[in-house]
Design a protein around this ligand. Structure first.
Ligand code: PLP
Length: 417
């Protein structure tokens, strides 16, 4: 029988939770939306790779090169299973940012007439909820090609307004690039209508899964999107490793983003022929130990069960939302219930700047994110300079929420608002 989901037990696997914070407080880490903490299992996997198997993968005939390649390709298999994807569709990048740029550059480098090439009059669709990582690459691609950038708006709950979907995604649309879950408001975007409309006009859908893949089960086949990106470091894994998933029929026709060693089938002094995916998109010696650490992180999540992770976060978010409702002069920004909503809570306090609140919370060991969260257009739309953002993960529990709520009261007392 599986043990009950216990954040207290889970925390024992994370060395950082034994750190004593300012004022002798324990760490209340509510910033997993920015980056998650790492369990021993991940740290050990990376260390073990360097101690036992370190060599450049896919090169050399010696034992270490063979073991390193097995470990690296084994990591790919773990990630492919996690996403219900095919092995050759999973590409290791350095981050989600790099993954999204890889798609945008590839499209931008496509020869005129190719199905990926954009021209004036073509359309790229995004949303007002995007993190800069899923906005600026498309802005740049639009500028380079003359394509038009248009976007979905949000309603006053911070949910995507899909009422004009038919106008936004039209026959000129080539790319729909959308976040799965907002890193600021927690909004989860129902994708069904967007994906079917995009496909009906021949557009590809790029999904930014940075805030979803670490928190609930993702199945690329049932989502039916065409590309997906997320980062290892938000899913218990190391920094410096991310995933680009794409349909192999597309990947094997696309131009590579980076060129160099390991991504070729043949080379002469003047020409090179690209290897098939995933090698085509993994030029140079990759981040091998990080890939192995990432797989250990995914195994850790699989052991917990992604459905249990999702349920735990939903319950905790419901508890936190209820507590926030009882606070005076504190405004919740974003969906007020747990329907289509993840475990990210943005809020403002009347009369106190978010950075000042962040500093007071820090005195109680509470780590939250403050500012614009790399989503300036969204902040402008909301008429805010920034928010405080508490984001929960597997190691948080109701006691953490209670400390957050008490420290907000302390901040209000300190600033006399
Ligand atoms: C929704 C979303 N997309 C993209 C990113 C970029 O991720 P990374 O910085 O790991 O590339 C983030 C990071 O906060 C994010 O929250």
């Amino acid at each position: 029988m599986k043990p009950m989901f216990s954040p207290a037990e889970i925390r024992k696997d994370f060395p950082i939770f034994s750190k004593v914070m300012r004022g002798g407080n324990r760490l209340v880490y509510l910033d997993s939306g920015a980056t998650s903490q790492k369990p021993f299992q991940v740290l050990d996997a990376e260390r073990n790779f360097y101690e036992q198997n370190n060599a450049a993968v896919h090169r050399g005939a010696h034992l270490l090169a063979e073991e390193a390649s097995i470990a690296y390709e084994g990591a790919r298999e773990v990630l492919a299973n996690f996403l219900n994807a095919e092995l050759d569709e999973v590409i290791f990048t350095k981050s989600a940012t790099e993954s999204i740029n890889a798609i945008a550059y590839s499209f931008g480098n496509s020869a005129p007439g190719s199905r990926f090439a954009l021209k004036p009059g073509d359309r790229i669709v995004v949303s007002e909820l995007e993190h800069h990582a899923n906005l600026i690459p498309w802005q740049q691609l639009a500028k380079r090609t003359g394509a038009e950038l248009v976007w979905f708006s949000i309603d006053d709950q911070g949910r995507l307004d899909q009422s004009n979907l038919g106008e936004l995604i039209n026959a000129s649309t080539k790319i729909v690039a959308i976040t799965h879950q907002s890193n600021v408001l927690g909004t989860i975007i129902p994708l069904g209508d967007i994906v079917s409309k995009a496909h009906s006009v021949g557009a590809v859908v790029v999904l930014d899964a940075c805030q979803s893949a670490p928190h609930f089960a993702i199945d690329v086949k049932s989502l039916d999107v065409d590309f997906l990106a997320f980062s290892g470091h938000k899913a218990l894994g190391p920094t410096g490793i991310g995933i680009l998933w794409g349909r192999s029929e597309y990947l094997n026709e696309m131009e590579p983003f980076l060129t160099g060693g390991s991504m070729i089938e043949s080379v002469t002094m003047t020409e090179a022929k690209w290897a098939p995916s995933p090698k085509r998109f993994e030029a140079g010696v990759p981040n091998m130990a990080q890939a192995v650490g990432f797989a250990a992180a995914i195994n850790y999540l699989n052991n917990l069960g992604m459905d249990n992770v999702e349920k735990h976060e939903k319950d905790l978010t419901a508890y936190a939302l209820e507590k926030f409702r009882g606070l005076d002069k504190v405004k919740l920004i974003g969906p007020k219930d747990t329907v289509d909503r993840g475990s990210v809570i943005s809020f403002t306090i009347d009369g106190i700047h978010p950075h000042d609140v962040g500093q007071v919370l820090d005195q109680y060991g509470v780590a939250v994110r403050t500012g614009h969260h790399c989503a300036w257009p969204l902040m402008r739309k909301l008429g805010l300079v920034g928010t405080m953002r508490a984001s929960f993960y597997i190691y948080n529990d109701e006691a953490d929420v209670d400390v957050l709520i008490e420290s907000i009261a302390q901040a209000q007392k300190y600033f006399k608002v």
